[in-house]
Design a protein around this ligand. Structure first.
Ligand SMILES: *[C@@H]1O[C@H](CO)[C@@H](O)[C@H](O)[C@H]1NC(C)=O
Ligand SMILES: *[C@@H]1O[C@H](CO)[C@@H](O)[C@H](O)[C@H]1NC(C)=O
Ligand SMILES: *[C@@H]1O[C@H](CO)[C@@H](O)[C@H](O)[C@H]1NC(C)=O
Length: 135
């Protein structure tokens, strides 16, 4: 009885130390929503992602905390989750519009990550740019 209690205590401590939960483990980033098709006003939001956490986690957290940000995605069998709509505006195959993922690094260079929202791991103070664009 005593041994099993100690064991579960040890297990709990292990879990607590492995899963970072405090806010100091959060990586601050901003999300910019921009539209190259209609040139409607840009919107910028601040959010956090867990240390070494993936971008989709930050998008979900932002959606929960901010009523003015929404997004949907669909699950591609090979490429994983990709953005379908942001703030109610969806990419449209027949209109050749889509949501492009760009990242403005802290050195001000903008890159196009070669992975999607389910794999990209943001670094502190990066600006994630969700750009409605045409191909
Ligand atoms: C939005 O930001 C982009 C740069 O990311 C800029 O080129 C564009 O002019 C801005 N659009 C508006 C409407 O301010
Ligand atoms: C895509 O655009 C076409 C042409 O404008 C429109 O008829 C269709 O309803 C749109 N589809 C979606 C899912 O918005
Ligand atoms: C990035 O751009 C901002 C605003 O234009 C500027 O204040 C900052 O010094 C730049 N950072 C770097 C590393 O060039």
């Amino acid at each position: 009885m005593k041994t099993s209690a100690l064991l579960s205590m040890a297990l709990l401590l292990l879990l607590v130390s492995v899963v970072p939960t405090t806010s100091s483990d959060q990586t601050p980033i901003t999300i910019k929503v921009t539209n190259a098709v209609t040139n409607s006003p840009n919107k910028t939001y601040s959010t956090q992602v867990a240390f070494r956490g993936i971008l989709i986690g930050a998008l979900r957290r932002l959606q929960e905390s901010s009523p003015c940000f929404t997004f949907t995605y669909s699950e591609h069998p090979d490429y994983g989750p990709f953005l379908e709509s942001v703030n109610g505006l969806a990419g449209n195959f027949s209109e050749r519009t889509y949501w492009e993922l760009l990242v403005k690094k802290t050195n001000n260079h903008t890159i196009r990550p070669d992975v999607g929202i389910g794999c990209y791991i943001p670094n502190a103070n990066e600006q994630i740019i969700l750009k409605y664009n045409k191909y």
